[in-house]
Design a protein around this ligand. Structure first.
Ligand code: HXC
Length: 278
């Protein structure tokens, strides 16, 4: 089972108060990259609400966050259900009195050749990754917008969408996720344009490469990424840590990223650019 422990191998380069007083809602926040983002936002001053489908995963994640001194709640729901999205953003606001940062980290995935993938299997991943991301953004808008409940008129909130690099080229057995993440990147740009202009909300994405100790790596590349031969074709010769993604999230969510809007930041050590040497 996924451990709910913060994986930081290095100390943070950020001051401990860079997101002080902010409230963050993280979908898929109970495990993997979503949990690490939750923990690092919390360690840097935010209160966090984590959303997921499995109550026991949320419970152990909330215990781990609370043990770090982070104000945290776990809210169970499915990003595919509009009523869950509405309930969860409302519960976050009710509990903490505001919502400043929405992180869409919930995702579904499995490896399957296109010819063996049913249209419903394709649709399921689109529903989780793309429609789920839009639904959460849509329902969170009233709390994130400048002048919305719990916030002043001086600034809007932040949205971070976790993406991938699969669709920059083409990836074997990932037609559904590649299409879903391409849509996520497009959603990031469209909302950055419309909601940045109208509501002072910054919308950005993060595209992780292979990240150690995540469900994605275990499910999608259990062996290939571990071999030294595979790693020798990566520009930085190593896979990433959840910490690397969380630091990118902190950068984008804090004032360090205050002029960044509509970008998806690739955090993959340069992997998607690389080809085998021979
Ligand atoms: C082929 C599959 C399949 C598989 C499901 N389906 N698993 N088809 N191979 N391995 C098909 C089913 O047959 C069905 O279609 C449809 O998908 C829905 O399946 P359900 O099992 O009913 O769906 P559900 O229970 O909602 O599960 C959703 C899920 C599941 C995505 C299928 O795997 C899931 O939620 N996993 C947990 C989240 C997760 O994987 N997180 C890691 C993300 S990593 P039919 O036609 O039969 O009805 C990540 C990294 C991306 O996103 C980038 C990496 C580089």
């Amino acid at each position: 089972m996924e451990s709910s422990s913060s994986s930081s191998s290095s100390s943070s380069p950020f001051r401990g108060d860079v997101v002080k007083g902010k409230v963050a809602l993280i979908t898929g926040g109970g495990s993997g990259i979503g949990f690490e983002i939750s923990a690092q936002l919390g360690k840097h001053g935010a209160s966090v609400a984590i959303m997921g489908r499995r109550r026991h995963v949320l419970d152990s994640a909330v215990s781990a966050l609370t043990a770090l001194g982070i104000p945290a709640i776990g809210l169970d729901g499915d990003v595919r259900k509009k009523e869950d999205a509405i309930r969860i953003v409302e519960a976050t606001f009710k509990h903490f009195g505001r919502l400043d940062i929405l992180v869409n980290a919930a995702a579904g995935n499995f490896l399957v050749p296109a010819e063996d993938l049913s249209p419903n299997g394709f649709r399921t991943v689109i529903d989780i990754d793309s429609v789920g991301t839009f639904t959460m953004c849509h329902e969170a808008l009233k709390y994130l917008k400048k002048g919305g409940p719990g916030r002043g008129t001086s600034s809007g909130g932040i949205i971070l969408n976790i993406s991938a690099t699969l669709h920059y080229t083409a990836s074997w057995y990932q037609i559904h996720v590649s299409a879903a993440k391409a849509a996520v990147d497009s959603i990031t740009r469209s909302l950055a344009l419309e909601w940045g202009t109208d509501y002072d909300i910054r919308v950005n994405g993060i595209a992780p490469g292979p990240i150690d100790d995540t469900p994605g790596l275990r499910k999608l590349a259990p062996d290939e990424m571990k071999g030294s031969e595979a790693k020798s074709s990566m520009p930085l010769y190593k896979s990433g840590e959840k910490w690397d993604i969380a630091m990118a999230a902190l950068y984008l969510a804090s004032d360090a990223g205050k002029y960044i809007n509509g970008t998806t930041l690739v955090v993959d050590g340069g992997l998607w650019l690389s080809r085998p040497r021979h």
